[in-house]
Design a protein around this ligand. Structure first.
Ligand code: ATP
Ligand code: MG
Length: 335
């Protein structure tokens, strides 16, 4: 309810909130005005983000299904693109959900991640531009990718096919600053290819009871890839998703994840929001579907955090490893 001063009851100065000073003095605060202001802020961000010192490639991985890998991939990518950074999403999941959310054609026969993985075409020939932003590119996944894990088994250098295809020259040609690789919910060859191709791993963790279960297995796989195939690999970012502030459980999971992973966990937490889950049904990210929603603002904030707080870190900082890496931490979280 508007108060006498026209100041929103929520005007706390916290991220995602607006204050009376946001509005011209003759415009009274209303919930609709606040939402409109938020939408404007998302669609036309005041500040553009700096380009990273080096192109950043992040594999978005968690073998647990439905934790928000795809949702985070497409919305973080859209958040960076809206803020001026050219971003490529590689859909490495045969389900093709990231392609759908970005409004990209992915019927059988479309040039896709499958042909790129097998080295049949170059990344430039498989890239499509999302209708949501000219800065937002996608290599879609078609159903062909479903058979690729079996096809890869007998191939030479089966774990590093994607890495070879993503040569610096190809990505230079596209002029991309960020690459996100959306992994399927398994630790098979597709995920391994993503982990070999990317120096960074982003792990989305759902704020639910079984959130940490299986994480130890993922971390051990990452260590194996690091030891044998990609020494540069590091878990740079952990993103808490589907946070429901009404439950104590969400806070407990958040606290436990922060205790284990410390600074690797983004301060921004993605709330559970109907708008976020509705958006892919319209072939959109939530930033395009409902830019004034809490979900959109959270992903925009998370994208800023990734680009500003972590964008210009030296490898030395990123390589500090996760807390307790290589000893008890890994097994503790695999309870
Ligand atoms: P998979 O393992 O099958 O690839 P995933 O890890 O990619 O799944 P998503 O597809 O991103 O997970 O999300 C799983 C489901 O949860 C989807 O229906 C999605 O719309 C919904 N979802 C994701 N994030 C949120 C959120 N913040 N609020 C509400 N629903 C969400
Ligand atoms: Mg997915």
């Amino acid at each position: 309810m508007p108060c006498a001063t026209g100041v929103s009851p929520e005007a706390t100065g916290a991220p995602g909130r607006v204050s009376a000073s946001t509005f011209p003095s003759e415009v009274a605060w209303t919930p609709i005005a606040e939402e409109a202001e938020r939408a404007t802020r998302v669609k036309h961000p005041a500040a553009r983000l700096p380009r990273p010192v080096r192109r950043r490639v992040l594999a978005v991985a968690n073998q647990k299904g439905g934790v928000g890998k795809t949702t985070s991939t497409v919305n973080l990518a859209a958040g960076l693109a809206l803020q001026g950074l050219r971003t490529l999403v590689i859909d490495l999941d045969p389900q093709g959900n990231a392609s759908t959310a970005l409004g990209i054609e992915h019927r059988a026969g479309t040039p896709s991640a499958y042909e790129v993985l097998l080295g049949e075409i170059g990344v430039v020939d498989a890239v499509a531009v999302s209708p949501q932003s000219s800065n937002l590119l996608c290599i879609p996944a078609t159903i062909d990718l479903a058979g690729s894990e079996i096809e890869l088994v007998s191939m030479v250098a089966r774990e590093s096919r994607l890495s070879r295809s993503l040569s610096g020259v190809a990505l230079d040609e596209l002029g991309v600053d960020y690459v996100f690789i959306d992994c399927p919910p398994s630790l098979g060859l597709l995920t391994v290819n993503a982990l070999v191709a990317a120096p960074e791993v982003l792990i989305p963790i759902q704020c639910e009871y079984y959130a940490l279960e299986g994480l130890g297995q993922l971390l051990r796989n990452i260590e194996l890839v690091q030891a044998h195939l990609n020494p540069a690999l590091t878990v740079s970012t952990i993103l808490l998703t589907m946070y429901d502030g009404r439950t104590k459980l969400a806070d407990q999971v958040t606290a436990e994840v922060r205790k284990h992973f410390g600074d690797q966990v983004l301060r921004t937490v993605i709330p559970r929001s109907v708008k976020v889950s509705e958006a892919p049904g319209f072939g959109q990210t939530v930033l395009a579907y409902d830019p004034g929603s809490r979900g959109a603002l959270s992903y925009l904030d998370a994208a800023r955090e990734i680009a500003l707080d972590r964008g210009n870190l030296d490898r030395g900082n990123l390589d500090r490893g996760y807390p307790d890496a290589g000893h008890s931490g890994t097994s503790e979280v695999s309870r």
